[in-house]
Design a binder for this molecule. Structure first.
Ligand SMILES: Cc1ncc(C[n+]2csc(CCOP(=O)(O)OP(=O)(O)O)c2C)c(N)n1
Length: 402
């Protein structure tokens, strides 16, 4: 069965885009490899070959059940991404920042963590939160900013956190999650808790102060942290080759005494392998690792961005051939463990799930006006109590049904 079968649209389902499998790799890799196109460089961890088989030298040994669960998770995340983009275009939610093309990087790294570990996310990793147990309904509640949103509608969409998933609050100021992860992991180390923290960030964040502060501290104090850079080729409109003159982003760890590893970020198995090695190293007390996942942002930066203004569509074609979902599906086909019927059933199941959670989130009312006075003071100061009373008498409260 070919990956092209994935492209067939079925009524009522969201087709998973796919193109022909990757062509043969180039025979040489450029010396100064800093664009994700250079996944074939000899130091880059790769497992999933073009013919769909796995390289036994690097294979992390996932069970078939694990591989299938991750494939299902990746399909779910992609369909969710597309639905959220549609909802934004229809004016039903205000914003979405997605992970199209980066699903293997995000789910593979989340799957490599142990249940005791924590994630300090950037803003594209809702797939990792869902993988680790954040409820899809709560995520949609955040996207709609309704009364069930744990952030009480005070944040933009896609700004959530989940204690259940051991997933810290989304950091949209670039790089802040790096020092948060390092501090959190340092505390765990001092308390002798068996916890590793993983921080996600884009390659643009490697130019932030927080990256340098975090890496220096992590290097000096051997902090049990995994610094996972999603090199997706772009920081909004800045291409990764304009972001640094270093020979790649993993190389940036060297000066801090933090080993850097590069992996093919569209190869689920390579991401699991590189992240798991880094987690185990941290748990053994050997300190931080900088993992660069070489992937590609297939969408715009967010729904507020128009990438056509700075990125010709033609540049996407080589990356569509490396689509992580199509590559994993090709692997499943080669193993004869997945069928078109199962694909269709999965897409129908996810579609029904999405319809349900969207409908529920959309019909849930907004948070009460009163809630804006919560969570800051244990006891409300007199002047805020007065303002709340005034608000309750005013016209906005009536519109809220008070
Ligand atoms: C401190 C700060 N400066 C600027 C911005 C505006 N901004 C939002 S996303 C972004 C680019 C980030 O690119 P990258 O780190 O590569 O992550 P990606 O979006 O590609 O995942 C910028 C500059 C911000 N959020 N915070």
């Amino acid at each position: 069965m070919s990956t092209a079968t994935l492209a067939a649209a079925r009524p009522g389902t969201t087709p998973i885009e796919a193109v022909a499998p990757d062509p043969a790799p180039p025979t040489h890799a450029p010396a100064a490899a800093r664009h994700p196109d250079e996944i074939y460089a000899p130091d880059v961890v790769r497992v999933l070959r073009e013919d769909g088989t796995l390289d036994p030298a690097t294979d992390p040994g996932l069970s078939l059940d694990e591989v299938l669960a991750l494939y299902r998770g990746m399909v779910r995340v992609r369909m969710l991404d597309k639905r959220l983009e549609t909802l934004q275009r229809q004016g039903r939610i205000g914003f979405h920042i997605g992970s199209l093309g980066e699903e293997a990087t995000i789910l593979g790294s989340a799957a490599a963590l142990r249940s005791s570990d924590w994630i300090f996310p950037c803003y594209r990793e809702f797939g990792a939160a869902l993988w680790r147990g954040m409820s899809l309904q709560r995520y949609l509640d955040n996207m709609f900013g309704n009364a069930n949103d744990l952030a009480k509608g005070r944040q933009m969409p896609d700004h959530y956190g989940s204690r259940a998933a051991k997933f810290g609050s989304v950091s949209s100021p670039i790089g802040t999650q790096i020092t948060q992860a390092v501090g959190f992991a340092w505390a765990a180390k001092l308390r002798k808790d068996d916890v590793v923290a993983l921080s996600y960030f884009g390659e643009g964040a490697t130019s932030s102060n927080e990256f340098h502060n975090g890496l220096n501290f992590a290097g000096v104090f051997k902090i049990p942290v995994v610094l996972l850079c999603r090199n997706n080729g772009w920081a909004i409109s800045v291409p990764s080759e304009r972001q640094t003159a270093s020979p790649g982003f993993a190389a940036k760890g060297v000066a801090y005494g933090v080993p850097g590893v590069r992996c093919d970020g569209n190869d689920l198995f390579a991401v699991v392998k590189a992240t798991r090695d880094a987690v185990e190293r941290a748990a053994r007390g050997e300190g931080a690792t900088l993992v660069e996942c070489m992937t590609y942002r297939l969408s715009g930066h967010s729904t507020s961005d128009d990438p056509k203004a700075y990125r010709p569509d033609a540049g996407l074609e080589p990356w569509r051939r490396k689509d992580p979902l199509a590559r994993l599906r090709h692997h499943l086909d080669v193993r004869r463990v997945w069928s078109d019927a199962e694909q269709k059933a999965l897409e129908a199941e996810v579609e029904a799930e999405l319809r349900g959670v969207v409908a529920e989130a959309e019909k849930t009312p907004p948070p009460s006006l009163d809630s804006m006075f919560d969570d800051v003071f244990a006891e409300l100061p007199w002047h805020l109590a007065e303002q709340r009373a005034e608000l309750r008498k005013g016209p906005r409260a009536k519109a809220h049904g008070h």
